[in-house]
Design a protein around this ligand. Structure first.
Ligand code: PRP
Length: 215
């Protein structure tokens, strides 16, 4: 019996794609895996334990070592800047970070207000642009902010663009592309290197295969 590997999985929109990737890599996950409301799911047949976390918290669990490995969006990695190894770009849950606002709206005040779930990313982006802004941190439904006069612009994830469109907002600046990453706790990487390397290799094989198919 090998060592159990604990993996932090992001609940929500990344979850199904991440679980699908693990299945493709040959990990036998229970049928009810995607539908369960459990927060800890043990898969003893594979020596795996899954922790189902809020996407923004995955890097926290991995940094503290309560999860050996995890799947985290690059957006979370940039925002949280945690001490974890980024081992593999899983190339799933593709989207991008962007600045958006009402069409034709100009930057109003001396320090325009920017609403976002990503205050660190937004601050450093505008600092690099040489623009002074006031950041307003929200936890979701960011698109509301310009509609109700809370902010001049938003910094948020754009995937299909549907949320911006349905709320009459337009993207004004593309900040960076985002995909999900396989991340590892540095101590776990020393203690459980064989099993973590195996997982990384099995995942890499699937990703490379898909890259070849689509090219
Ligand atoms: C994210 C993001 C946008 C939306 C973008 O929100 O913050 O609101 O998805 O997706 P789209 O371009 O495909 O429309 P999420 O649904 O994760 O919820 P949130 O508003 O609570 O952050």
């Amino acid at each position: 019996m090998g060592k159990v590997l604990t993996m932090a999985m992001p609940k929500g929109r990344i979850f199904e794609e991440a679980a699908g990737l693990l299945r493709q890599a040959g990990y036998q996950l229970p049928e009810e895996f995607e539908d369960s409301r459990k927060l800890i799911i043990d898969v003893p047949e594979e020596n795996l334990r899954f922790i189902l976390a809020k996407p923004m918290d995955v890097t926290t669990y991995v940094e503290h070592g309560v999860a050996d490995v995890g799947i985290a969006g690059k957006d979370v990695m940039l925002e949280e800047a945690r001490d974890v190894y980024e081992v593999l770009d899983l190339n799933i849950s593709k989207c991008h970070l962007a600045v958006a606002g009402l069409p034709g709206a100009s930057w109003g005040s001396v320090a325009p207000r920017v609403a976002t779930k990503y205050p660190n990313v937004a601050s450093s982006y505008f600092r690099e642009q040489g623009e002074q802004v006031e950041i307003i941190k929200l936890n979701g439904s960011i698109e509301l902010a310009p509609l109700i006069g809370l902010a001049d612009r938003i910094v948020d994830i754009v995937s299909t663009g549907q949320t911006l469109k349905e709320n009459g907002l337009v993207e004004t600046e593309h900040i960076c592309d985002i995909t999900s990453r396989f991340i590892v706790n540095p101590v776990s990487y020393r203690m459980k290197d064989a099993v973590i390397d195996e997982m990384a290799q099995r995942l890499a094989k699937i990703i490379e295969g898909e890259g070849e198919e689509s090219s």
